[in-house]
Each structure stands twice: as C-alpha cells, then as structure tokens.
Design a protein around this ligand. Structure first.
Ligand code: NAG
Ligand code: NAG
Ligand code: NAG
Ligand code: NAG
Ligand code: NAG
Ligand code: NAG
Ligand code: NAG
Ligand code: NAG
Ligand code: NAG
Ligand code: NAG
Ligand code: CU
Length: 596
C-alpha cells in the first residue's frame, strides 16, 4: 500500500497526475495534445504528441477505479479521445466519438472523460476524429485485475515457482505497440484520396513502440515474396518499390463511377521508396527480475495487418482484447487493427539479442520491420537469432504455429443466448471507388462528426439508414455480409460491450437469420464458449463472398459506433451508429450535454 502510494507520487511527473489522486480507487490523468514535428521513422513531419511524447504515456489503472482523463487540445485541429475496448457501462458520454457521444474538443479547449474500470486487461486510447490515429494520437491502457478475477495460468505453469513468476510477470506487463506510419498527415491523406479518386493503400514504415525506419526491400525480395493471390491481382505488373499495388491496379479492383487522376499523386505515395536510418526499439528484459515476461501486444496500425513473432520465444496467449482465455501456445500472431493479445514468454534462452518481427501482410502492400528483445546486464552471445517468420510474415518451418481465431476459448467460459430478439444483416461494400466505403450501402460521412451528438437526441427522432436501433436486455445478431470480390479483411470494431463471434463462412449467406442458416450450415457455427471480442474481422473476399456472424447482449443504453478500424475505410464511410437500448435511453449529465 505504502509502496503503491509512493509509486503513484513518482508517476505524477510522468503522467501529470494530481497528488490528491494518489489514493485508492481513483485514477486521474491529464493528456496534453500538441501538434509538433516528430520523426519516429527518421522522416520529419508534423504529428500529434501526448504530454510531449509519442506514443502517449501508458495509463496504469486498477480494476474498479473511478477513472478521470482530462484532455487538453493545444492543436490547430478538432479532436476527441476514445478508450478502445472500454465498455463505458453507464457513461456513454465518455466514449469519445464526435457527433455521437460528444461535441468535438476545439483547439484550445479541454474535455474530461469519466468512466469506471469494471474491466481488466489490455486496452488503448486513440483519437477518434477523422483519421487522426495516423497522426500518432494513441497510447496503451493497462488495467490491473482485481484479486477476485480467476486466472488461467495453471495450464502454463509446471511448478508453483512458475506460477508465482507468471503472476509477477502479469503485474509488470509491458505494452508492445505495433503500428504503421505515413509521411503525410491524415488530412493530407484524405485530400490526396479525393483528388486521385483512389485509396492511398500504401504506408511508409512499420513502428514498434514508436520506433522504426523506412525499410525498402530489394527488387529480388519483392519478387520472392509476391504471393500467388497478389500475382493474380497484379495481372503481370510488379509491386512498386514500396511494395505496394500499382494505383491502376486499385482502380481495376474497385471500378466506380467517380473520376480518377493518378497523376495528382506525388510519386512518394505509391512508388518511390527512400530508406531512412530511423531507429529500432530495444525491449530490455532482465533474468534477475523474473523468469517470465508478459507483453500486451497492441495493433494501433491505421492500415496494415501485422504478423508478429519473437525469435526463439514461443508465446503463451493468456488474454485476448482484455479478457482471459484458456492459454494458447503459438509462435506467431496476426494482429488486425485495434486487436490486443496479452502473452507470456519464458526467458530461458542463452543471454543475447532476439529479433521481434513485424510484417505487413495486407495484399495491398508487403513490408517489414524488426525490434529487439534484449536480455540485459549479461554477457551476450553474438550469433543472430533464428526467426519463426520471414519478411512477409510467413512461416520459416512447417511447425511454426500461428494463432487462429477458432482456438480462442474464454476463461472462465461464457456463452451467448441460444436465440436472439433481432437480426441485423449488413452488407460490406465499396461505395463506388477504392477510397469510398459503406456499411449496408450507406456511407457514414465524416462531416457527421461536426453535427449535434445523437446521444443528446431522442432516439425516435434520429432513426435513419445510418443507424441501428436495439432495445435494452435483448440479444442481437449482426451478420456482416461481404458480397463483392477483392475486399480485404475488415476489422469491424464495436464500441461499448463485446460480442461473440458465433459463425463465419466463405459462401453466400442467403439466409434471413442464424436460426435459418443452422438448418443448412450447422458446421459453420459455434455457440459453446465462442470468441468474445471487440473487433470482428471478416474473412477476405478474394475468392468469393464471405460472412461473419456476431451475437451480443444489449446491456448499455447509448449511441455507439460500429466501424471498420482501417482508417481509410472509416474515413471513406464504413461505419454505422448503434443506438443501443433506446427504451432505456440515458439522461446525459448537464456538463456533458452543455459542453461548448
Ligand atoms: C517485374 O520484375 C521482374 C524482375 O525484376 C522483371 O523481370 C519484369 O520485367 C518486371 N515486370 C514488369 C511488368 O515491370
Ligand atoms: C490531375 O492532376 C493534375 C496534377 O494535380 C492536374 O494538373 C490535372 O488538372 C488533374 N486532372 C484532372 C482531370 O482533374
Ligand atoms: C544513415 O547512416 C549512415 C551511416 O551512419 C550515413 O552514412 C547515412 O548518411 C545515413 N542516412 C540517412 C538518410 O540519414
Ligand atoms: C509453412 O507451413 C506449411 C504448412 O505447415 C508448410 O507446408 C510449408 O512447407 C511451411 N513453409 C516452410 C518454408 O517451411
Ligand atoms: C440494410 O439494407 C437493406 C437493403 O437496402 C435494408 O432493407 C435494411 O433495412 C438495411 N439494414 C439496416 C440495419 O439499415
Ligand atoms: C440514406 O438516407 C439518405 C437521407 O435520407 C438518402 O439521401 C440516401 O439515399 C439513403 N441511402 C440509401 C442507400 O438508402
Ligand atoms: C470543429 O468542430 C466545430 C464544431 O462541431 C465545427 O463547426 C468546425 O467546422 C470543426 N472544425 C474543423 C477544422 O473541422
Ligand atoms: C448477402 O449478399 C449476397 C450477395 O449480394 C446476397 O445474395 C445475399 O442475399 C445477402 N444476404 C442477405 C441475408 O442479405
Ligand atoms: C442458398 O444458396 C445455395 C447455393 O446457391 C443453395 O443451395 C441453397 O438452397 C440456398 N438456401 C436458401 C435458404 O435459399
Ligand atoms: C439494461 O439491461 C441490462 C441487462 O439486463 C441491465 O443490467 C441494465 O441495468 C439495463 N439498463 C437500464 C438503464 O435499464
Ligand atoms: Cu475495412
């Protein structure tokens, strides 16, 4: 207790907590947002800093804490901050979505988010105004579980000593933030897309814990790692020097009525790759501290899908999206945008440096980076570590195990209701160009962010083709129907509470409900302890239509966003508002409703 209060005082300088909040049950933070030059990958650009740093400070919270986060916007842009994966039970006005749960935080203004940390585990905060994640506004949130939460570590530990070591490792879990990075700002990206009429489906580098470098692959490597599906899409052309699809290939993939103008794009966007030295992250671990180490692996990537691994260090996944699972042993994990995996790894190798690998595996762009896991303070062996994954994120030997969604079983087990009150079928389709997207044929315009928040209205007045309406304490199926060919996986993120992924398929979903589908394709469903997540990734539709079925319990009345977490798809309109529990619509506190 005394120690934790002391630690709290020491952290005041770091997170700008107030001294009076160093008491039990409270966590208070100030986030000062500034727009300054930074060069995370060795290339200088204007970007967002949080409390003068990038990424922002980790918010360390205890389960059960009353959390208060005061955001000060010193930038020349509107902004908001969303707490990704936090359910916001009873506090929908603190969800951080402009036009839905609050008015934007104007330049020079502040906003106070308050919520209770009912959950434990790995989360992150990020900007939720336009595509501002691509400007660097994000940081980890670590919520330490209360002593009452049962742990699933018995499967991993062989001895009591192991178990103690795992518990200690979890208490000291370190965030490993995997991101991607662009050399243009998010608003420039959107302007370029509108002028060219195509998605800028090409980023500049990958980052690990804010560090990286522009890693230009040799022509030979690009040819070697061009996958058969990529060759098919490229149709005789090669990936560009940045490892990207040629702009004309994107136009052919997403034919539309709107005009395109490739010549308006600077060559640096898709083609010219200029290497930088940048820097690489070194994660120091010490055998003297503990035999096991825990990482919260978080994807903050705006665009890329990332396959990650640590050379010679198998990973025990013990939590997914902030909730314990029956531990799964793997060597590599593919992170979709916004996903979190909490992992243990044993420090039982000879002292030395081991590469942490992150590879972009989107069909639209192949790329890679590395960081280092370094055993500190010991005489190190000098030989290079042996990889599980290659530059393209593929396995290096036949026995490398990748995490697969089907393996995920919650701990303790939990299952959804057997029947539902409502089925919502949503078509995922491009909206006439590669940079314009929709959910169910309707595009959610980003200009809605500047309109009066739906949460402040009477839900009966705002029903439209951009809203989904549910009643409280009902069960709802969301069927994500990917019907057009050539679509990438869409990581569809649901704000507020999580949903169970109960089914998936790679054929047309021509049924009116899950109940009907069960009569024909029972084998595509699982209702026993299915994956419970806040991001639902649809299977890619390269070879034909696909679908994903999600079942959730409406428990938290409020206006929440359902959207693709790929920033260019979100800005392109792939979002809808879920008006949950309209029959129990909350009264918004005056200070939130009256905010500027
Ligand atoms: C693609 O790259 C290969 C290898 O560098 C080269 O031989 C070939 O001519 C290129 N194809 C095109 C269409 O540029
Ligand atoms: C295409 O972009 C170029 C460069 O910005 C511009 O000069 C040209 O007018 C544009 N063409 C059309 C048809 O808009
Ligand atoms: C990268 O580092 C090398 C060696 O220190 C140096 O010669 C080179 O100029 C640097 N390149 C850039 C782009 O900074
Ligand atoms: C990768 O794994 C697959 C399936 O196990 C196997 O067929 C393939 O040979 C492996 N690749 C390498 C390079 O070992
Ligand atoms: C989805 O689109 C279909 C066809 O336009 C429409 O009938 C249905 O109501 C839409 N669903 C929602 C939830 O808006
Ligand atoms: C959605 O509603 C808007 C406003 O009523 C309308 O302009 C638009 O055509 C509708 N879109 C679809 C796909 O029904
Ligand atoms: C910021 O938000 C205000 C209020 O919603 C809006 O009027 C204004 O246009 C926005 N400014 C920018 C630069 O988007
Ligand atoms: C899903 O999309 C396909 C292709 O457009 C369509 O045939 C099917 O009817 C859709 N399913 C539902 C349930 O709307
Ligand atoms: C769905 O489509 C498949 C293939 O076209 C067909 O075999 C099946 O009978 C259809 N099911 C329903 C319920 O229409
Ligand atoms: C909504 O339903 C949930 C689940 O039954 C319940 O816990 C909660 O109290 C309800 N909320 C309101 C405001 O009635
Ligand atoms: Cu998407």
């Amino acid at each position: 207790m005394i120690l934790s209060i002391l630690l709290c005082f020491l952290s005041i300088a770091w997170t700008k907590q107030d001294w009076k909040d160093c008491g039990p049950g409270k966590a208070r933070f100030h986030l000062d947002l500034t727009w300054e030059t930074g060069s995370p990958d060795g290339f200088a650009r204007e970007m967002i800093h949080v409390n003068g740093q990038f990424p922002g400070p980790t918010l360390n919270i205890n389960q059960g804490d009353a959390v208060e986060i005061v955001v000060h916007n010193h930038m020349p842009y509107n902004t908001t901050v969303h707490f990704h994966g936090i359910e916001q039970i009873g506090t929908p006005w603190s969800d951080g979505v402009p036009g839905l749960s609050q008015r934007p935080i104007l330049p020079g203004s502040s906003f106070t988010y308050t919520w209770t940390a009912y959950q434990y585990g790995s989360y992150f905060y990020h900007a939720h105004s336009r595509g501002q994640i691509d400007d660097g506004l994000y940081g980890a949130i670590t919520i330490k579980p209360s002593l009452e939460e049962p742990k699933s570590f018995g499967t991993i530990a062989k001895t009591q000593k192991d178990l103690d070591s795992l518990v200690k490792a979890e208490a000291e879990v370190k965030p490993l933030i995997f991101g991607d990075w662009r050399h243009v700002t998010s608003s420039e990206t959107w302007e370029l897309e509108q002028a060219a009429g195509i998605e800028t489906a090409c980023v500049d580098s990958l980052l690990v814990n804010r560090k990286g470098f522009v890693n230009c692959w040799s022509r030979e490597d690009i040819q070697t790692f061009t996958s058969p599906p990529a060759k098919q899409v490229l149709g005789g052309l090669n990936y560009t020097d940045k490892g990207c699809l040629q702009p004309q290939v994107l136009i052919a993939l997403f034919p539309g009525k709107s005009p395109t103008n490739i010549s308006s794009l600077p060559k640096e966007i898709f083609e010219v790759c200029t290497p930088t030295n940048g820097s690489t992250a070194v994660i120091e671990v010490s055998l003297a501290d503990n035999e096991w180490v825990a990482f919260d692996m978080i994807s903050t990537a705006g665009f890329q899908t990332l396959t990650v691994s640590i050379d010679e260090h198998p990973l025990w996944i013990y939590a997914v999206d902030g909730r314990y699972v029956e531990p799964i042993l793997v060597e590599a994990i593919t992170l979709e945008n916004g996903e979190r995996y909490s992992v243990f790894t044993k420090l039982d190798k000879p002292a030395g440096d081991y590469k942490i690998r992150s590879s972009g595996i989107a069909l639209a762009q192949i790329m890679s980076t590395t960081a280092t896991l370094s055993y500190a303070g010991l005489v190190k062996q000098q030989k290079a570590s042996v990889p599980y994954t290659n530059m393209a994120g593929g396995n290096t030997t036949a026995d490398v195990a990748f995490f697969s969604q089907a393996q995920q079983k919650g701990f303790p087990a939990s299952s959804p209701a057997k029947t539902v009150d409502q089925t919502i079928i949503l078509g995922l389709v491009p909206a006439g160009a590669s940079y314009l997207w929709s959910l169910n044929g309707t595009s959610y315009s980003m200009s809605l962010e500047d309109t009066s928040p739906l949460l402040f209205a009477s839900p009966s007045t705002v029903h439209s083709n951009l809203t989904i309406t549910t009643k409280n304490n009902t069960w709802v199926d969301l069927i994500l129907n990917v019907t057009t060919p050539g679509q990438p996986p869409h990581p569809i993120h649901k704000h507020s509470n999580k949903g169970y992924i109960i089914g998936a398929g790679t054929t047309v979903f021509n049924y009116s409900s899950v109940e009907e589908a069960l009569k024909y394709i029972l084998e595509n469903f699982n209702f026993e302890n299915p994956p419970l997540r806040d991001t639902f990734t649809t299977p890619p539709s390269a070879t034909g239509p696909t679908w994903l079925a999600v079942r959730y319990h409406v428990v938290n009345p409020g206006a929440f966003l359902l959207h693709c977490h790929i920033q260019s798809h979100l800005v392109g309109g792939m979002a809808m508002a879920i008006l949950d529990g309209v029959d129990e619509w909350p009264e918004v506190p005056g200070e939130y409703e009256g905010y500027h």
